[in-house]
Design a protein around this ligand. Sequence first.
Ligand code: ZN
Ligand code: ZN
Length: 270
Amino acid sequence: MTILCATCGVESAEPLPETCPICADERQWVPQQGQVWTSTDVLARDGLRIDVVEVEPRLWALTSEPAVGIGQRSLLVQTDAGNLLWDPLGAITDDAVGQVRELGGLAVIAASHPHMFGVQCAWADALDARVLVNARDATWIQRPHERIELWDDEIAPLPGVRIIRFGGHFPGAAVALWEQGSEGDGSLLAGDTMQPKPDRASVAFMRSYPNNIPLSAGVVWRLADQAASLRFRRLYGNIPGQLVEEGPGAVARSAARHIAWVTGEHDDLT
Ligand SMILES: [Zn+2]
Ligand SMILES: [Zn+2]
């Protein structure tokens, strides 16, 4: 059984803290009634289901019903050398483990940032996978585990898969570039590092999404510059449905707009 925070969905080791540190941080929130813990067993007993759906050839989305914690979807990249699970859910079921096993199991689990740790070590134990955590965000690990490996600026855990630190939302905030995605043009799994918005043509760059804390012009410039150095087309966020088909243009336009607003260029409109 794995214990997790009901609000962020991140697994936590006992003894449990009074409040989940990830939710007590200014980027997240603690419910009005106070800290709530749950467990993978309680969620399974209550009938939680995980759906595994192909979103493009060799890329699968895992979502839970009901949503757990922040409600992310996980993305699973299939490669000939093993699979990557990106932004693991805050839930796991025997049925989902079986489905993932049929897809070739898991070689590597990685999260774009600590909000997306989910029950990463529970998935790793179930499918004998490595867990990669960026060294700059290691202090946010709530369940230390021998499977966790720290990495610095970039790691290529599988052929054709690069995990790259961008920073911004968290110092260790990362993206995963899957070079064979988007029919060979590359797919970028961007987590909250650059979050696709409902217009499907823009992304946001924020320190906090729920509490609307923006990043500075300088940091957004840096993130956009780093994205421009990568070859990709589709950009996937971490919430079900979040997708921008033409990622590079959306990132460049969104960065220019963000910078214009935070530097006062549009103050006459306010
Ligand atoms: Zn939490
Ligand atoms: Zn986040």
